[in-house]
Design a protein around this ligand. Structure first.
Ligand code: ADP
Length: 487
């Protein structure tokens, strides 16, 4: 099969969150099964400096009455053909701003999505098997395949949309799309694309839910949750009408990248076959190395808790702040690695950073720092993930791979991947963490205390072993995607 993914993020080249990990590792895993896999991403200008690319073809993209030149570059990674579209534009859409949040955020991804189809149409005129779009950033393909590219649509056997987070829907003004061109007014004004709150706006994710052949979300529990409010975020009608084509397929993680045996970003390595006592010893050495790097003083037998996340409302920010204070009060250590702080929370996170700036057992960083994330996973004893909702979540799976025990709120993919040590409905060997359901500080506090008691109790074997043994590979989920493509 020839599978084409189109995405705004791709690990190793441009990452903001889990979307990058998933597109990278899913495509790699599909290629490993022998499929021809292409991933198309924008060539964000700073990338030009970091890698050597080979131009594949020059092509044109039409925006309104203007036609702009574009170039497709190609690299091969893990048998995946990665196509980077260099899209010079008078508004310098891809010239080094942050990937999201700049003034042209909508216009640039609409332009990119149209460029993907313009490129594919020229490079693969007789079509291919699967066009797989990810999130609102590339959902415009579906209206475009109803419009300017409708004859090309017949040459694509299956179209798929994966929703990684229903919160972000791409609610955009019709003017942007009218200016771009390629979508007739019959489609632009169709109820399938109109936003449920404001009919003046187009809702890109909704257009994908309506027009894609199949829709997937990133865990089975999230597939159930999104059918009704509040998780449906206003799209319940559209999701309900299309529920037969919606599937929840659990994300995996790339076991080569997140590998405590050979991760080049950490100083000490384990063998997954090591006894737990040896693994604890290696984790302790990683902890000491981290403490040294940041001039901390974390005495032996001090439990280290961490949070590694985008600091957006969804992630349970009030509970994260409270847990930091609580862990420190109880004598524990804490690493908070958080990026993209929501506007309304910047003050509170600044305050807590100032409060602990000289604390010997606390390190807080508000950057996106890939190497530090690896060291944090390897060094910590526990990770706290108290999300309000979580489509899948990757950090609980990554943490387990490094023997860091997750403490999570049972929602979405967290519910599907973390099982409480005392949950008798789950086989003992699959219990890999601490879980709670009510979104409530008292509940989280209770579970942090359980984790502290467990740590000081000294018999950490069971959870450590179960966490390390959790199967978060892509094997089963990749097969599910292939079956979906072939159905
Ligand atoms: P989301 O996609 O909602 O951001 P996920 O848990 O699905 O959350 O994926 C988050 C990914 O981003 C993980 O690979 C995690 O390690 C990484 N990550 C999150 N915040 C940071 C940060 N501040 N620095 C480095 N990596 C981060």
């Amino acid at each position: 099969m020839h599978i084409v993914h189109i995405s705004s993020e791709y690990s190793s080249l441009c990452k903001v969150g889990g979307l990058a990990d998933v597109v990278f590792s899913l495509s790699k895993s599909q290629a490993a099964l022998g499929h021809k896999v292409t991933v198309i991403i924008p060539l964000y200008r700073p990338l030009l400096d970091s890698v050597t690319y080979h131009p594949l073809i020059h092509f044109e993209v039409q925006e309104n009455t203007s036609i702009y030149n574009a170039t497709a570059f190609k690299i091969l990674q893990n048998n995946v053909e990665v196509i980077l579209l260099d899209l010079p534009h008078p508004k310098q859409y891809f010239s080094g701003r942050p990937i999201y949040g700049d003034e042209h955020e909508y216009a640039k991804f609409m332009y990119f999505t149209k460029a993907c189809l313009s490129f594919l149409h020229i490079e693969h005129p007789s079509g291919f098997d699967v066009l797989h779009a990810h999130d609102w950033m590339t959902s415009l393909v579906f209206p475009l395949l109803q419009g300017e590219f409708h004859t090309y649509d017949e040459k694509i056997k299956k179209t798929v949309l994966t929703i990684h987070n229903l919160l972000y829907q791409g609610r955009i003004s019709k003017q942007i799309l009218e200016h771009l061109g390629g979508i007739p007014s019959s489609v632009l004004n169709h109820p399938f694309v109109s936003d449920p709150w404001d009919p003046q706006l187009v809702n890109l994710l909704k257009s994908g839910i309506e027009y894609a052949d199949c829709v997937t979300v990133v865990s089975p529990s999230y597939a159930k949750e999104i059918l009704s409010p509040p998780a449906s975020f206003g799209l319940e009608e559209s999701l309900g009408r299309n529920k037969d084509k919606i599937r929840g397929i659990l994300n995996g993680i790339d076991l080569d990248e997140w590998n405590f045996e050979k991760d080049p970003l950490i100083p000490f390595h384990i063998s997954y076959k090591d006894p737990t006592s040896k693994i604890e010893e290696i984790k302790q050495r990683c902890k000491e190395s981290l403490a040294k790097t940041f001039s901390l003083h974390i005495p032996p037998s001090t439990p280290l808790f961490c949070v590694v996340t985008r600091l957006t409302e969804q992630k349970g920010l009030d509970l994260i702040l409270k847990s930091l204070d609580y862990v420190v009060d109880q004598g524990g250590a804490f690493i908070l690695l958080g990026s993209m702080i929501d506007e309304g929370w910047k003050g509170a996170f600044q305050q807590i950073k100032e409060k602990y700036i000289y604390h010997p057992k606390v390190f807080i960083s508000y950057e996106f720092n890939e190497p530090l994330s690896h060291l944090t996973f390897a060094s910590s004893d526990f990770i706290i993930i108290p999300s309000q909702f979580e489509p899948c979540g990757l950090t609980q799976m990554i943490a387990c791979r490094y023997g860091t025990i997750p403490i999570v709120r049972k929602t979405g993919g967290l519910q599907d991947t973390v099982h409480d040590i005392n949950d008798e409905s789950i086989p003992k060997h699959q219990r890999n963490g601490f879980t709670f359901f009510p979104y409530d500080w008292a509940e989280l506090q209770k579970n942090i205390q359980r984790a502290l008691d467990y740590y000081h109790d000294g018999s950490r074997d069971l959870l450590l072993k179960n966490a390390l043994d959790s199967d978060f590979s892509w094997n089963e989920s990749t097969k599910e995607y292939i079956q979906l493509y072939q159905a």
